[in-house]
Design a protein around this ligand. Structure first.
Ligand code: MF3
Ligand code: CO
Length: 267
């Protein structure tokens, strides 16, 4: 750091580049909506993956996750106590009351969109419903800090504060998963910087007009601790408590945060 302290900035994209990122992001949004609409008891997570892949390819885009560091699918499908990076397969069959996170990326014209949401299969328990509404709330509150002039950890702080507020609002104790968070994004899915989902404000690189981050709170009902399975991807809670995960790719603009992964329906 030394003399460069405080001078770092998150790379700024031009308005035209943001439009190009949004074109990729819209396809992700479409895929997420299609998967949620189709998801039902008795379907496997592989069935959901097929739906997302079909949408992405039919729009002329490429499923970003597929082949990324050897990842074998189009989406991550993380059910119940799986926090993130669940690999879709035929043996994971959805049941009534399950809480399913679908995370998806698409690359179009060299730009990446990355987004996730979590939904129930039929009706979920009161606690699972509260957890999921809370995590959604934390994403939308946290992204309000994605404005030019803020620093990276102003977003982290906003996410942490929103988590505290969500505990009150939704009447549930929440745990912020340790060690995972959001990231810069552009031509690559994972670019600098890493975005923590908690921490003190006012630190890290400057958010400029045109800076883009993938913001992705991950909350659980019981623990901040996670374990990676033998498949080297699946991340589960250590205590079996359930998790929720919501993500948008968001640009900071002069007129406020701009979601680059919009969904065709209200969430
Ligand atoms: N969307 C995930 C993340 O946010 C990436 C999934 S990892 C992959 O950062 F390998 F599945 F692509
Ligand atoms: Co991401």
């Amino acid at each position: 750091m030394g003399f460069r302290r405080g001078k770092k900035k998150i790379i700024a994209r031009t308005p035209g580049e943001l439009d190009a990122m949004e074109a990729a992001g819209r396809i992700v949004g479409e895929a997420l909506v299609a998967v949620r609409d189709a998801a039902a008891e008795g379907m496997s997570t592989k069935d959901l993956d097929d739906i997302a892949e079909e949408i992405i390819r039919s729009r002329g885009a490429y499923p970003t996750f597929l082949g990324y560091m050897g990842y074998p699918a189009t989406v991550c499908a993380s059910v119940n106590d799986i926090i993130v990076h669940g690999i879709p397969d035929r043996k994971t069959v959805l049941k009534h009351g399950d809480l399913v996170s679908i995370d998806c990326g698409a690359t179009l014209d060299g730009w990446v969109g990355d987004s996730a949401w979590t939904f129930g299969i039929g009706e979920t328990s009161g606690k699972a419903t509260a957890l999921n509404q809370a995590t959604r709330f934390v994403l939308y509150e946290g992204m309000k800090a994605m404005v030019p002039g803020n620093r990276l950890t102003d977003v982290s702080w906003a996410l942490e504060k929103a988590t505290d507020e969500a505990e009150e609002k939704f009447g549930v104790e929440l745990f912020i998963v340790d060690g995972y968070g959001g990231h810069g994004i552009g031509h690559e899915m994972h670019e600098e910087p890493f975005l923590s989902n908690e921490g003190a404000p006012g630190k890290g690189p400057l958010i400029q007009e045109g800076s883009v981050l993938a913001i992705e709170p991950m909350l659980t009902l019981g623990t901040v601790d996670s374990v990676v399975a033998d498949d080297e991807w699946t991340v589960a809670t250590t205590d079996g408590s359930w998790a929720s995960h919501w993500e948008h790719t968001v640009a900071a603009t002069a007129s406020g945060p701009r979601i680059l992964t919009p969904r065709t329906v209200a969430d």
